[in-house]
Design a protein around this ligand. Sequence first.
Ligand code: HAM
Length: 415
Amino acid sequence: MIHSLRGFRDLLPSDSTLFTRIEAAAREIFSLYGYREIRIPTIEPHELFVKSTGDTTDIVEKEMYAFTDQGGRHVALRPEGTPGVVRAYIELNLDQTGKNGKYYYIGNMFRAERPQAGRFREFEQIGAEHIGNPSPFADAETVAMLVKILEKAGVPGCSVELNSLGCADCRAAYRPILLGYLKTHVDALCEPCQKRLDQNPLRALDCKIDGPRLAVEAPALKLCPACADHFDRTQELLKLSGVDFKVNKNLVRGLDYYTRTVFEVKAGQLGSQDAVAGGGRYDDLVKSMGGPNAPATGWALGVDRVAMLIKDASRTDTAPQLFVVSASDDARLAAFKLLGELRAAGLSADFSNFELSLKSQLRSADRSGAAIALILGGDEIKNSSCAVKPLKEKAQQRTVPMAELLPELKKLFYA
Ligand code: HAM
């Protein structure tokens, strides 16, 4: 027997139903906010992620599925969607389309992290990128939209945490201060942090080992007046949008491209992998990747984690509304035809095997979770009628004339 790879899993119908529901909720909200879908490749040049996600991030240093393809190109399975969207924006000159720069994507991402509850090596993200708008209105709109999607998907008890990482100037001023501190406390740092100290001291703040301690002990970042104003206005606009949030000065995201506003949505019920979604502003990324000056903001939510949150709160399998049963040999064709008519009328209907006994078919009907079994036998065919047997309640089986069947069922399910 061949097993699936560690960290990779099959999504059975009870899960995939949830995924579809979350995706549908997101699509509905995206269209209200003027976002349109972009589909980007699963595999990109390795260099794309090195240059955007950042070569000193955990994702690029340790977690990428990178390989050399048949043509000798160094490629990688995408660990996140933002770099691909930015590449497409630049490559296809999307800044010149006159459109609003709002894109969403839904797709699987790959990170070779250590698998644990809520952490997979292949997982699905729903992401949003708003490219070309530098104002705090865009920050507030994206966060508010994320909250609306989570609400629509039925996610209970989430909290939004917000911080500002400042601009390149704030960080240039902060770098020597932080570096000075880290160098005097170098022995307390983990080995990878010691190694990348000069390259990217800020990364230590995001380190899973040293980060929590440094967030309390190390000197804090001071925002320049423009960044402080941007952060204040973002908060004001979030309040105006009715978004509940708290400022978390320790929130540093694990990707290199962020500037100014960063945020995460957390759900206590998820344990250590509690981030349901994360994102922020990336004002310099498009330009640094060779594109126009296009400040941007965005986020991605983890569909696997959202599905875990709503799983208990909902009925997950899709049961058909109706189950068609043939009670005699001469009714099989009529039963098969009826299935088609029901579906054409927008009613979900299933059957098992018309060639099996009535008892066996009724057992399958019960197992299917359908609300009603429709039974056709010799008498029903003769009288042009159908037996309607409720499966969920203790009501009597009735005979309904065929001509009245569809209108009656539609009224029952859709009135
Ligand atoms: P991220 O924080 O790396 O951000 O990922 C976003 C979300 O993806 C996380 O909050 C989490 O729910 C989910 N996720 C990440 N890794 C895993 C995993 N191994 N298993 C299950 N779920 C996972 C980004 O990816 C950025 N591209 C977000 C962004 C867009 N920033 C600006 N624009």
